[in-house]
Design a protein. Structure first.
Length: 260
């Protein structure tokens, strides 16, 4: 019987990858479990994270779906590089950049303040920070989907005189629902894990309906700093379970039969 070494190497490396997470779940729900790690404050924090990450994913769909389609049909090294830039730099830099952009130091920041829009420690600032760091993931996830679509209807519409925008809106977009949902869930899961950018721009949200709430990643860091490992590990285990539900939903979407 021939041994499939590639399979066993793959299983071994997968175990290396998930062992820290599995150990954290075991400790957080078992020996190191601390009631403060699943307090009302934790669930409010997770609620804020889910809400803001969901909004960021919706914004990514609305704003960046045309770009993902354009890049799937037109190779552009410059545009691809610029798209990858927000995920290629340390994310505190993203937070600092947004903080400066929305500050009185820039004309745009002064304009925002003149109409009462603020990004620092607001839900809007949190969503924008999450959007910037997760949108490249959405774009990269959508490109293979568009590349796999049958291009014949697009070519036919173009031959009949339809503009690229009309082809996208009338032909491509109606057939993109499954791909958009899958990519949006991937983008949302990435947004949920963000820390660096929001630690600068939206460390502590002060707006209703999440007034006086830390985003989940920030609160877990706070718990570790002020209360020790037990509380942070328990809160982390709760957050992992929430993320796991999102991942299961993503796999169900990806496995569902496409409609053509």
């Amino acid at each position: 019987m021939k041994i499939n070494w590639l399979k066993w190497i793959s299983v071994a490396t997968l175990c290396l990858l998930i062992t820290p997470v599995a150990l954290l779940l075991y400790e957080g729900l078992g020996p190191l479990r601390n009631p403060k790690g699943y307090s009302y404050e934790i669930f409010r924090s997770i609620g804020l994270t889910l809400f803001s990450s969901g909004l960021a994913a919706v914004a990514a769909v609305i704003i960046f779906t045309p770009l993902s389609y354009y890049l799937a049909r037109n190779k552009s090294t410059i545009m691809e590089t610029l798209t990858d830039l927000p995920v290629s730099i340390p994310h505190p830099i993203v937070g600092i950049a947004l903080l400066i952009l929305a500050s009185p130091l820039t004309p745009f920041g002064r304009f925002l303040e003149s109409i009462g829009i603020y990004l620092f420690d607001t839900i809007l600032g949190l969503v924008i920070a999450l959007l910037v760091v997760s949108a490249p993931i959405y774009i990269k996830s959508m490109q293979p989907f568009y590349q796999s679509l049958n291009k014949s209807p697009e070519h036919f519409a173009s031959a009949m005189g339809a503009s690229p925008l009309r082809v996208f809106v009338s032909i491509v977009l109606p057939n993109s629902g499954r791909g958009i949902l899958s990519a949006a869930l991937i983008s949302m899961s990435r947004a949920m894990s963000e820390f660096g950018a929001i630690a600068i721009l939206a460390y502590y949200v002060l707006q209703w309906p999440f007034a006086d709430v830390y985003p989940a990643s920030v609160l877990i860091y706070q718990d570790y700093t002020y209360y020790g490992l037990g509380v942070a590990v328990t809160a982390s285990a709760v957050m992992i379970m929430v993320a796991a539900v999102l991942m299961v939903a993503l796999r169900l979407v990806q496995r569902s039969p496409s409609r053509k």
